[in-house]
Design a binder for this molecule. Structure first.
Ligand code: FES
Length: 283
């Protein structure tokens, strides 16, 4: 039995917005019954161009139904520009998290939304076209889809890719190419982190400080730690003291002290302010 959150169980037991809008403005159909999950998402816009209604039909497990249900709640009231920024991580977060092996359900929701918006923008003519070259023939996943899922979720292993988009979960013949794609994206990310220029506001309110610390951890620190099998969690901020916990490989690493000083504290000073100090919370 999967360890689902109460929110997942609530959306699974009482799914919101089930069905299909017949005079839809946008429709996105992703997955296939042969692959075990399929989702059709339809939406209708109001006169101001906001999503007035959204409905879904899903064939799949509890997390596929919960992800689709919560997605319809997230996008109602949004403009298409706002809706196209919704990430699969946002869908999972809104459910209080998903088991990693089920993250592909949140990705399926995000892809259906993207396809529905593309349909609307193509005025109904644009068939949903996959971008890139198919890497996993068992599940019809392209290199562009794999790169996107690695990028948006900071993934580093083939197993994670399978959890997020199913690629590699069949015959396994595509695993070598998936590993190459991960290496390419991780390499590009490291390069971006190294060349990123800090943009620091002159004076920060407490709220701005917290947001900037979280943003720096997400964008500047976490990708570098994940590339080495580790991770970091922001625990608290007391004045100018940032309390964090190292996770994964970083937690057991003999070099943790250097990671804290030369990576975590250095990046926070660079992107947020020189006044910050960092303290590690041990479990
Ligand atoms: S080709 Fe990807 S699992 Fe078979």
């Amino acid at each position: 039995m999967w360890d689902y959150t109460d929110k997942v169980m609530d959306h699974f037991s009482n799914p919101r917005n089930v069905g299909r809008i017949e005079d839809y403005d946008g429709i996105g159909e992703v997955g296939s019954l042969a692959c075990g999950d399929a989702l059709t998402l339809t939406f209708k816009l109001d006169a101001d161009g906001r999503i007035a209604d959204a409905k879904f039909q899903t064939f799949g497990c509890a997390s596929a139904i919960a992800s689709s249900s919560v997605l319809t709640e997230i996008i109602k009231g949004m403009t298409l520009e706002e809706a196209e920024k919704v990430s699969n991580q946002q869908i999972a977060d809104k459910l209080g998290g998903l088991p990693e092996q089920k993250m592909h359900c949140s990705v399926m929701g995000q892809e259906a939304l993207e396809a529905a918006i593309a349909y609307y923008r193509g005025k109904g003519k644009a068939a949903v076209h996959k971008h890139g070259k198919v890497v996993c023939t068992c599940f019809g996943v392209t290199d562009e889809e794999i790169r996107k899922v690695v990028q948006e979720n900071s993934l580093t292993t083939v197993e994670q890719i399978t959890n997020f988009c199913k690629a590699g979960g069949g015959c396994g013949g595509c695993k070598g190419r998936i590993a190459e794609l991960i290496e390419e994206v991780v390499g590009e990310n490291k390069q971006k982190v190294l060349s990123a220029k800090p943009v620091r506001p002159a004076k920060l309110t407490n709220i701005q400080k917290i947001q900037l610390v979280q943003q720096t951890i997400n964008e500047q620190i976490r990708p570098a730690l994940r590339a080495d099998g580790g991770d970091i969690e922001l625990i608290d901020i007391e004045g100018d003291k940032v309390i964090v916990a190292l996770r994964g490989m970083c937690a057991q690493c003999k070099m943790a002290e250097f990671t804290m000083r030369d990576v975590v504290e250095a990046k926070l000073k660079e992107f947020v302010g020189d006044m910050l100090t960092v303290e590690e919370m041990k479990d």
